[in-house]
Design a protein around this ligand. Structure first.
Ligand code: SF4
Ligand code: SF4
Length: 155
């Protein structure tokens, strides 16, 4: 009989560190600058990438020091369950937290870390560097291939 994979049987808050880390599909969507509308509280994604992101690999160049170097960088943890609503709707943590399945292009299902790029779900080739953007003009860089989202009200 086919055994179910761990992400279908193990609740997020009971996963091992290795299982938790493997859920990240490497899309780097969460490494884009976001803007929140103060009135509606909607969060819009831009195509402006964090200066520590390697745009071609879609990996953080300073992963272990990321929080010290980029205070806004949110390190996802299981004590934030129910508060992942600000993440892209394709993010594995958000999907599982909302009781949804992982997509077929997720590397855990495809067995290929490149499948997230091949499926066009990563930010590869779609970003611009943070240091080339005038902060006052950040709204000009809002994108719609990541739908607007919203912070959890108790986040
Ligand atoms: S959006 Fe989610 S799956 Fe994608 S890189 Fe960020 S944490 Fe990983
Ligand atoms: S510090 Fe690294 S993980 Fe955090 S937003 Fe920047 S590139 Fe992404």
């Amino acid at each position: 009989m086919h055994e179910k994979p761990f992400w279908e049987t193990t609740p997020l808050d009971q996963m091992s560190r290795k299982q938790w880390e493997s859920l990240c599909d490497g899309c780097a969507r969460c490494c884009l600058t976001k803007i929140q509308n103060d009135f509606t509280e909607d969060i819009y994604y831009t195509n402006v990438a964090c200066h520590l992101l390697d745009e071609s690999s879609c990996r953080c160049t300073r992963y272990t020091e990321r929080q010290q170097l980029v205070p806004d960088c949110v390190v996802l943890a299981s004590d934030q369950l129910g508060k992942f609503t600000w993440l892209p709707d394709t993010c594995a943590y958000r999907l599982l937290d909302e009781g949804k399945p992982l997509p077929q292009w997720h590397p855990l299902i495809s067995g290929d870390s490149d499948s997230v790029h091949a499926a066009g779900m990563s930010v590869r080739g779609r970003t611009i560097a943070e240091d080339s953007v005038n902060e006052d003009k950040i709204e000009d860089f809002i994108i719609h291939w990541i739908p607007k989202t919203r912070a959890h009200k108790n986040a």
